[in-house]
Ligand binder design. Sequence first.
Ligand code: MF3
Ligand code: CO
Length: 250
Amino acid sequence: MVELKSTRDREKMRHAGRVVAEVLVLLRQAVRAGITTHDLDVIADREIRARGGIPVFKGYHGYPASVCVSINDQVVHGIPGDRVMRSGDLVSIDLGATVEGFVGDSAFSMFVGEPPNERAAELLKVTEESLYQGIQAAVVGARLGDIGAAVQQYVEAHGFSVVRDFVGHGVGRQMHEEPQVPNYGTPGKGMLVKPGLAIAIEPMVNLGGYQVDVEDDGWTVTTRDHSLSAHFEHTIFIDADGPEILTAIS
Ligand code: MF3
Ligand code: CO
């Protein structure tokens, strides 16, 4: 069942979204060659709690950290550890927090230093833009297939591929609520978008093929062909005025 949110819920979700956005800014500033992915987890955990939030990833189906840090051919769900970030790495950082009982969920990708080549730089840009294509399609009266198609068409027009095995989702009191929000689809198909729908749209885009595998740690998702992958995510709230990005960096 899809739970539509009230105006009061929306206020709380704005707060949760703001906390996530603020901490993502700090994480972006912290990224540089020589630090470990665990260093980012320490910052994420501390800064979420300092803002009255609870890291929602920690303990989720046994996930052991407060942030996901996925590097190069890692798509999503990379577990922070002793891996050292190097110049030219493509790092994807995904963060979620519960604040006042509601969840904000957002992710971005960036390079450590300069991108290694032009195609890698393009992958990052196209993935971020594909998220905004999806958000623009998320209006009352549209269907979920319109959102997925908007993302997919944009990505594939640039010669990249969208991951199928992981999708966006409804978000609210829980991180993962109905409906699923695929980054691919057919215009005019799928659930109707209604006022009060809160969803996380999160395109995962590969430079090569769309196929992925889960590593032996049970979490880390990697591109099958080991091509680079990027990931951008926002939590949005939709009403008659259009989509509001709750995790926007102001
Ligand atoms: N944004 C991700 C998602 O929606 C993060 C979940 S990581 C987990 O799936 F460890 F908490 F599962
Ligand atoms: Co998500």
